[in-house]
Design a protein around this ligand. Structure first.
Ligand SMILES: Nc1ncnc2c1ncn2[C@@H]1O[C@H](COP(=O)(O)OP(=O)(O)OP(=O)(O)O)[C@@H](O)[C@H]1O
Ligand SMILES: [Mg+2]
Length: 405
């Protein structure tokens, strides 16, 4: 038996929550073989005990299958990070929040808010301290979806207390203005609003803040990424090609904003008939995984079209909480588990860092563009508190020349 046999066998051990195996990830080290005994080290990136136990068990099984009687497997893992991810260099205007998740999409109406709500509720049901920020200033839907429509948050001094539903702290522009009111805002005002949501809301010491973004790749996304180190980005898409085209822009934006991409959620993927529980294809299914691969990430959930999801949204009763045994609730729970594993991996590898996209990058080099241009070196409008060079999107009217747009 030689090292190659061992590596071949361990290629059957996938890293929990991911599709790649531990050999491909490069985690297997120091293989020593003597007769029927093999000793090796698996150097993983997660500090979670259940991940260690799972890998050890799977590796032992695979090595026994190829004839080893004694397996000595040492798993080395990083210490659970004591520091918050936001203590990294870069900017963080909400340092009491440990992790930030940006839920984005290229297209409107594909299910970002529904996904944000259900993932936030799933994470809370898994014991995490969770906040949900509705950063869709123009179309705030989260209050209705969380059953908080019409409620007003308490003001403390010049700060605002988030409301709470299903174990999740919630804030939205919809909670701060009268229902049905429209907002006509300039880009610079959107940036200020996003900053205030992070700075002036009395969030607890959250494990994670899930942020439901407006559709597209604009000022809100850029301001958020510059204001806090976003630990994970999720792109929501529907399976049609026209939606996938827009999703590519969203995935590209994560890359340009240095946001680690947790993966893609394919929403409205097939239809589950409420009568017979069978699944049929409407917008197409399974088109998303190849696109995710193009961007070095993966499909983390396929959520079908299901009337109960829409009803749950309209009635403020998220399916994940109210129908926990449904197939869809289980898929949201799985997606939340994968997301959390990803967050742990990012933190074990040093955490998110938004230093590179701060507006202080050298003049002429846009944080969002791969080439230096003189156009991006223009001084920024004084209206925006982050201004000072760098990304050309920060002109006062929010219509900049940033490559992210
Ligand atoms: N898988 C699904 N099955 C059935 N209905 C769904 C599903 N996903 C979302 N919906 C419904 O589709 C509508 C749009 O979803 P949602 O508001 O979450 O999209 P969005 O991407 O946040 O939209 P916007 O871009 O306007 O913010 C909502 O009524 C929601 O309840
Ligand atoms: Mg929305």
């Amino acid at each position: 038996m030689i090292q190659e046999n061992v590596l071949e066998a361990l290629k059957h051990v996938t890293y929990p929550g991911f599709t790649k195996d531990i050999v491909t990830f490069g985690f297997v080290k120091d293989i020593a073989i003597e007769g029927n005994t093999v000793a090796l080290t698996i150097d993983i990136t997660s500090s979670a005990d259940e991940v260690k136990a799972q890998i050890k068990q799977d590796a032992t099984t695979e090595l026994q299958k190829i004839g080893f009687e004694t397996t000595i497997i040492t798993i080395t893992a990083p210490q659970a990070p004591k520091q918050l991810s936001n203590s990294m260099s870069g900017k963080n205007i909400a340092p009491h929040v440990k992790n930030f998740v940006m839920v984005s999409s290229g297209k409107g109406g594909v299910g970002k808010s529904t996904t944000s709500v259900n993932i936030a509720v799933a994470l809370a049901m898994q014991g995490k301290k969770v906040g949900l920020l509705d950063a869709d200033i123009y179309g705030p839907n989260v209050p209705r979806m969380m059953g908080l429509d019409g409620q007003k948050p308490e003001i403390q001094g010049n700060k605002v207390l988030p409301l709470k539903a299903y174990g999740v702290e919630v804030m939205s522009m919809g909670l701060l203005m009268e229902s049905g009111q429209s907002l006509i805002w300039r880009g610079s005002m959107i940036m200020k609003a996003i900053e205030q949501f992070l700075r002036d809301i009395l969030w607890s010491e959250l494990d994670v803040l899930v942020i439901d973004m407006p559709p597209g790749t604009g000022d809100a996304q850029l301001t958020l990424a510059q204001s806090v180190p976003v630990t994970a980005g999720i792109t929501v898409t529907t399976p049609q090609m026209v939606s996938l085209d827009d999703s590519r822009r969203s995935l590209d934006m994560f890359k340009k904003l240095h946001i680690p991409t947790a993966g893609v959620i394919e929403n409205m993927s097939g239809f589950i008939c409420p009568e017979c529980d069978t699944e049929s294809d409407i917008f197409g299914m399974g088109t998303t995984a190849p696109m995710a691969k193009e961007y070095d990430t993966e499909l983390i959930a396929r959520i079908p079209i299901e009337p109960a999801i829409r009803i749950g949204g309209d009635s403020g009763m998220p399916i994940t909480y109210h129908k926990p045994d449904s197939q869809t609730a289980k898929r949201y729970q799985e997606a939340a588990t994968v997301l959390w594993a990803f967050i742990e991996k990012v933190n074990a590898e040093g955490g998110a860092n938004n230093q590179a996209i701060q507006p202080t990058t050298p003049p002429g080099v846009s944080a969002c563009s791969t080439t230096a241009t003189t156009a991006t070196a223009k001084p920024h409008s004084h209206e925006h508190s982050n201004s000072g060079g760098g990304c050309g999107s920060h002109n006062g009217d929010g219509k900049g020349g940033c490559g992210c747009h």
